[in-house]
Design a protein around this ligand. Structure first.
Ligand code: SF4
Length: 415
């Protein structure tokens, strides 16, 4: 237990944990010697783009728990005023500046992380839980990393993880087996496939996995892949028929200069416009709230991030906003982590844009993404006026009427 604790005085009112979520994403979390994370917490896991390599924690809140993957290894964390410690068997976070403590829960490592598939592959190298959903990288290492002159995105570490911390080219039966285990043990409702650039095969690779999950497991399926050429947009229709419930597009930056500078491969081989075209096409195809534009906040000017949010919501999609994390090993590892004040503005703006455009959020149960501030966490960041309650009521109705659809999707088609 940290010594300062004996002097703690509650000097100010504790904020909603959604505020703390933003603070922790921006400033990180120091670990006190009293913690026994190997025994009590979820194993650290550096897979996919590398964002999930922090500590998975749950901030209990009255309406719903807030999940996040708190940065713990990056350099900026050493200056954080937040410290996690264990006292009488319970975990808490101390805000060393305001002398406030927050209760916190640690999710357990799923028991299937230590199992192998029938083919002998460690299950943790097939998929990982990121919050409450199962994340799986598909295909080979992103081709931007392995060209003679690599053009990978400068914030990313996928090229260091795929093939090292996770299996490259996963077999369908292994993916199904892992998803079944995660559904049985962790009650997952959502599997998210993502991939780096697969030089044109990006939309062909996922189809067999999606069909198998729908047939044998019964889960919602999301797909994040590099957009296809316009003349191949029909592939999105085939994927929808195969069972995709959600498409997402990581276009990262709204400002074209930042896009081209930080994502040179996407600029050279894909183009920012291709991302916009695919977003707009799939948003029409899928309907409101079933497509997301994924962006990174904290690198490009704040106004560009706000414009991105306005654009994405105006086409009926929802923004997935990732607070920039200067990952160890990435080209931007010494870049500063963003200010929590700016990030609060971003997520308040996200809430108001979602509300203005009547975008559904938080409809499917048990999807808590720990790598980002979930759109439905943002409602706790703004004052509650009449419009807040009206939107909230609409979402509750939608959730109620979506129940038969949700039950249908969660049933394996085999049954
Ligand atoms: S497209 Fe960019 S962010 Fe995605 S895996 Fe490749 S290098 Fe990383």
């Amino acid at each position: 237990m940290p010594q300062e604790l004996s002097k703690i005085q509650k000097l100010q009112k504790i904020q909603h944990p959604a505020h703390l979520e933003i603070e922790l994403f921006c400033k990180g979390l120091k670990i006190d010697g009293s913690c026994e994370l190997e025994k009590d917490g979820r194993a650290f896991s550096r897979t996919r783009a590398g964002l999930g390599d922090g500590l998975e924690i749950i901030l209990p809140a009255k309406e719903k728990d807030i999940w996040l993957n708190a940065p713990v290894f990056e350099e900026f964390v050493s200056k954080s005023p937040y410290l996690i410690f264990k006292e009488n068997g319970e975990y808490k976070i101390l805000d060393e500046i305001n002398k406030i403590t927050y209760p916190v829960k640690l999710p357990k490592t799923p028991s299937w992380y230590n199992k192998k598939t029938k083919r002998g592959i460690p299950m943790s190298q097939i998929g990982v839980l990121q919050g409450t959903y199962l994340g799986i990288y598909l295909g080979q290492t992103c081709k931007f990393w392995i060209l003679e002159n690599p053009v990978n995105c400068k914030f990313c570490t996928t090229g260091l993880n795929v093939g090292a911390n996770e299996v490259e080219e996963k077999e369908t039966e292994d993916v199904v087996e892992v998803a079944m285990e995660a559904k049985k043990e962790n009650k997952i409702t959502f599997v998210h496939f993502n991939s780096g650039w697969q030089s044109g095969k990006d939309l062909d690779i996922p189809i067999s996995y999606i069909k198998a999950l729908k047939k044998e497991v019964g889960v919602f399926v999301g797909l994040q892949a590099i957009p296809s050429k316009r003349e191949e947009f029909k592939k999105y229709n085939y994927l929808k028929e195969a069972g995709v419930n959600h498409f997402s597009f990581c276009y990262e930056f709204h400002n074209p200069e930042y896009f081209s500078k930080i994502c040179p491969g996407k600029e050279k081989y894909i183009s920012q416009k291709a991302f916009f075209d695919a977003l707009e096409y799939t948003s029409k195809l899928m309907g409101k709230g079933k497509v997301s534009g994924e962006i990174i906040a904290g690198i490009e000017p704040l106004e560009d991030t706000l414009r991105a949010i306005d654009y994405i919501t105006s086409i009926g999609a929802f923004p997935t906003v990732c607070i920039f994390r200067p990952l160890i090993g990435s080209e931007m590892e010494s870049f500063p982590s963003p200010s929590s004040e700016d990030m609060l503005k971003v997520f308040q703006h996200l809430y108001y844009s979602m509300r203005k455009n009547n975008i559904p959020m938080g409809i499917i149960p048990n999807i808590e993404v720990s790598l980002v501030v979930n759109p439905d966490d943002t409602k706790y960041l703004v004052p509650r006026d009449l419009n807040w309650y009206i939107y909230d009521l609409k979402l509750k109705f939608l959730k109620f009427f979506a129940k038969p659809y949700i039950n249908k999707e969660l049933k394996p088609k085999n049954n």
